[in-house]
Design a protein around this ligand. Structure first.
Ligand code: TXA
Ligand code: MG
Length: 327
C-alpha cells in the first residue's frame, strides 16, 4: 500500500479553481461523485489519460468513462439514439454510464476508449463534480480512484490509501451517498446491453426502454472491463454464508446473524439495499484491514437478495470472491 501522502482539501471555490488549474497542466485530481470517488484527468489529453492508466496500474485495454456537466456537452462527442436519449433524460445527472458511438470529431483521447469506436459517457449528479466540470470546461476522464483490481473508494481517505502521491489533490466531498459504481449500458445499434449492474437498477432501465440483454450471457459479447476478479480484498471472501467458520470476520445483512464473530459489520440491520450499497466498499476495506491485524483468515458474507440494487451488490461481492488472476 502506498503512503497516504495526498493533499485532501474541502471543496471551496479556491480548491475547485486549483483543481481545474492542475487538470489544465495535465495533473490528476480525485473528485467525489455520488457513486464512488473518481481519478480525474483531462479527457482530451493523451498524456493525462496515459497518466491515469499508469497511476491505477490499469491495463490499457480497459477503457475509461468521460464525464460531462450535461447531456448537451456529451452530445458533442458521441451520438445518442432514441433509447440513449430517453435514458439520459430520465437518469442524468446521475449514476448511469452510456457507451455510445464516438463522433468523427470526438474530443476524447482514443486512449480513453482503448482504441474502440465507442465512448463511455456520464453526467454525474454530485455538486462538487458538477462545479469542477463547469470550471474546467472540458470532459474529464475518471475511472474509480483505486488501483486496478482493488476496492473502489467511497471516502477521501480510501483514495489516499490507494493512490498516495500519485494524485495531486483530493477534493473532499465526504462519503459517497450511493457507494456503488454507475450502471453501464451500451447502445451501439444491436439492442441495449447491460455491461455492469450498478446504482440505476435493471428494473428502472427496463421500465424506461424495455428489455435489456446481459453482456457475457446467452451469446452476448462481454465488455472489455469484465475481468472476473475485481474489487478484491486481501482476505478471501466466502459468499452466501449460512454459518460462520473459525477465524472468519462477518459481513452481515438484515436483522438475523449467523454467529458471534470477533469482527463483524452489518451492511444494513434493517435489510435495506440502498443502505447496504452505501456501506459496502468501506465495510470490505475495514474487515480486510482489521481482520488481517487481528489474525483472521477470511470474510464470510451473508446472502443478499438478487433484486434491485442487490444485483449490483452481489456482482461486486462475486468479483471480490473470484480467484485472483495475476495480482
Ligand atoms: O460510478 C462510476 O462509474 C465511477 C465514477 C468515478 O464515475 N467510475 C467508474 O469507472 O467506475 P471505472 O473505469 O472504474 O469503470 C468503468 C467501466 C469499466 O468496466 C469499463 O470497462 C467500462 O466502464 N467501459 C468504459 N468504456 C467502455 C467502452 N467504450 N465499451 C465498453 N465498456 C466500457
Ligand atoms: Mg473501477
Amino acid at each position: 500500500m502506498s503512503k497516504p501522502a495526498s493533499r485532501i482539501l474541502p471543496p471551496t471555490d479556491a480548491a475547485i479553481a486549483e483543481a481545474a488549474a492542475l487538470l489544465g497542466a495535465g495533473a490528476l485530481v480525485a473528485l467525489p461523485t455520488e457513486t464512488v470517488y473518481g481519478l480525474a484527468g483531462d479527457a482530451t489529453s493523451d498524456l493525462a489519460v496515459a497518466a491515469i492508466f499508469a497511476a491505477k496500474e490499469r491495463p490499457q485495454f480497459n477503457p475509461l468513462i468521460a464525464h460531462y456537466p450535461s447531456a448537451g456537452e456529451a452530445a458533442r462527442d458521441v451520438t445518442f439514439d432514441e433509447k440513449a436519449s430517453e435514458l439520459a433524460r430520465r437518469f442524468w445527472p446521475g449514476p448511469l454510464t452510456l457507451v455510445l458511438p464516438r463522433r468523427a470529431d470526438c474530443r476524447v483521447s482514443l486512449l480513453a476508449s482503448a482504441g474502440l469506436d465507442s465512448q463511455a459517457v456520464r453526467v454525474p449528479r454530485h455538486e462538487v463534480a458538477q462545479r469542477l466540470l463547469a470550471k474546467f470546461g472540458k470532459p474529464l476522464a475518471a475511472p474509480s480512484a483505486n488501483r486496478s483490481g482493488r476496492i473502489s473508494p467511497t471516502q477521501p481517505s480510501h483514495v489516499a490509501e490507494e493512490l498516495g502521491e500519485r494524485v495531486a489533490l483530493i477534493l473532499d466531498g465526504g462519503p459517497c451517498k450511493i457507494g456503488i459504481e454507475s450502471t453501464v449500458v451500451a447502445l451501439l445499434g444491436g439492442g441495449p446491453l447491460l455491461l455492469r449492474p450498478g446504482a440505476v437498477t435493471e428494473e428502472e432501465i427496463e421500465a424506461a426502454i424495455g428489455p435489456i440483454a446481459h453482456a457475457g450471457e446467452g451469446g452476448q459479447p462481454r465488455g472489455p472491463g469484465m475481468l472476473a476478479s475485481h474489487y478484491a480484498p486481501d482476505l478471501p471472501l466466502r459468499l452466501d454464508a449460512r454459518e460462520l467458520r473459525e477465524g472468519e470476520a462477518l459481513l452481515g445483512f438484515g436483522p438475523l446473524t449467523i454467529g458471534e464473530a470477533k469482527l463483524a459489520i452489518n451492511l444494513s440491520p434493517r435489510g435495506d439495499l440502498e443502505e447496504a450499497a452505501a456501506q459496502l466498499f468501506a465495510a470490505l476495506r475495514r474487515l480486510d484491514r482489521q481482520g488481517r491485524k487481528q489474525g483472521l483468515t477470511g470474510i464470510a458474507a451473508m446472502p443478499i437478495p438478487e433484486r434491485g440494487l442487490g444485483r449490483a451488490i452481489n456482482d461486486r461481492l462475486r468479483r471480490a470472491a473470484a480467484p485472483r488472476s495475476g495480482r
